[in-house]
Design a protein around this ligand. Structure first.
Ligand SMILES: [Zn+2]
Ligand SMILES: [Zn+2]
Length: 256
């Protein structure tokens, strides 16, 4: 689909007029030079494709994520304050979820189910589930070890909290960043599984597109733009594309 605008393909960086047509209607200019490059990230992009700027910035749990989370409810995870709790204990403490109801509560946030609370509360709960799960999978805090094995929304969420802890700048900025993160993490995820499938240049390009998005007036990040770019650089090496996650513990949201 063309709108007369041009931009860089989010995968390879080639200048193009082709955009994801569903995303354009939702207010996001996501350029892909060819059907091949759009398809390359489709498995993950489809979970946010065409989502409006507001109010649904994060996709619901996939069935696989929900099943895996429920199978591991009683594994201890390190929290932001240093304590170790299981997800069941955590949900009982912070959200007064009765222990017998924990599994059902998680299934309620799976795609296709009815969501019991306000969207805001549901999204906050999802954020907690995803962050707790990544802490279970990755106790060493080295995300490169699990990058190819975990759902990208879990790992994205952890990075997201690190880059911008606390309240998002606004839904417009948040959703635009999220759409670009999905492309980058899809590429990183596939590359972590099999280096021969995705050139490093594509990952570097997707990363560069995120930097440019943050710095563009359209992102509305305003005065925060430079500190956000600096945060991004602290967590992803722009040259090697290695996630420097062990440093995350110095940027915990619990300290905010
Ligand atoms: Zn391309
Ligand atoms: Zn799309």
């Amino acid at each position: 689909m063309g709108t007369g605008k041009t931009g860089a393909c989010l995968v390879c960086g080639k200048e193009t007029t082709k955009l994801c047509s569903k995303c354009v209607k939702a207010g996001h200019d996501l350029f892909f030079c060819s059907p091949e490059h759009q398809k390359l990230v489709w498995a993950e992009h489809r979970r946010v494709c065409g989502k409006r700027l507001t109010p649904e910035p994060w996709p619901w749990y996939s069935q696989e994520e929900a099943d895996e989370t429920i199978a591991n409810l009683d594994v201890k995870r390190k929290l932001w304050d240093g304590r170790e709790l299981t997800m069941t204990e955590y949900l009982a403490e912070v959200a007064q979820v009765p222990k017998y109801y924990t599994a059902q509560h998680i299934y309620d946030f799976t795609a296709g189910h009815n969501h019991p609370f306000s969207l805001f509360i549901s999204q906050a709960a999802l954020a907690d589930f995803r962050a707790l799960e990544i802490r279970r999978k990755c106790p060493s805090r080295n995300f490169n070890d699990v990058l190819g094995k975990t759902d990208i929304f879990q790992i994205m969420h952890e990075l997201w909290l690190a880059i911008y802890p606390g309240t998002p700048i606004g839904v417009v900025w948040h959703a635009g960043m999220q759409h670009r993160f999905v492309v980058l993490f899809s590429l990183l995820h596939q590359r972590a599984q099999d280096e021969s499938t995705i050139p490093l240049a594509y990952c570097r390009n997707a990363y560069k597109q995120i930097e440019q998005y943050i710095l563009s007036p359209a992102s509305r990040a305003g005065a925060l733009a430079f500190s956000l770019v600096n945060s991004l650089h602290r967590f992803i090496d722009s040259d090697t594309m290695v996630l420097r996650i062990p440093t995350l513990d110095t940027a915990q949201r619990g300290q905010q």
